[in-house]
Design a binder for this molecule. Structure first.
Ligand code: AMP
Length: 112
């Protein structure tokens, strides 16, 4: 897959406000937050999107969701939304799979 800005964050070539990291993933604040808390959880191993995620990624995908919840609790959220935009028409702009963790304000449903 083509390199994205998230690879540069993983390699510390550009700055990010990193809240959590381990051997499989990284969580950092979104540069254009849509709520008081807006964090992105990304795998270190680049993967374009859920659309192309292989079956072997099942464990990693579960890890990302559990760490999304970890970061939400770390940010003292009681309610939050996790979003994975898949494909340009769904709003995906960075083609390195990421889980948005959004909270800190009431969230309307359905999303736009
Ligand atoms: P998506 O539109 O679902 O692909 O989400 C990509 C997200 O990455 C957007 O919410 C952007 O604001 C965010 N983003 C892009 N560049 C950076 C960056 N350098 N640091 C943190 N967040 C970023």
């Amino acid at each position: 897959m083509a390199e994205t800005i998230f690879s540069k964050i993983i390699r510390r070539e550009i700055p990010a406000d990193i809240l959590y990291e381990d051997e499989r993933c990284l969580a950092f604040r979104d540069v254009n937050p849509q709520a008081p808390v807006h964090v992105l959880v990304i795998p270190r191993e680049p993967m374009e999107s859920l659309a192309t995620a292989p079956a072997e990624a099942a464990g990693l995908l579960g890890h990302l969701l559990l760490k999304a919840a970890h970061v939400a609790r770390q940010e003292k959220l009681e309610s939050w939304r996790t979003v994975i935009n898949t494909g340009a028409e769904a709003g995906q702009t960075v083609f390195h799979l990421h889980v948005h963790v959004i909270g800190g304000r009431p969230l309307a449903w359905p999303p736009g």
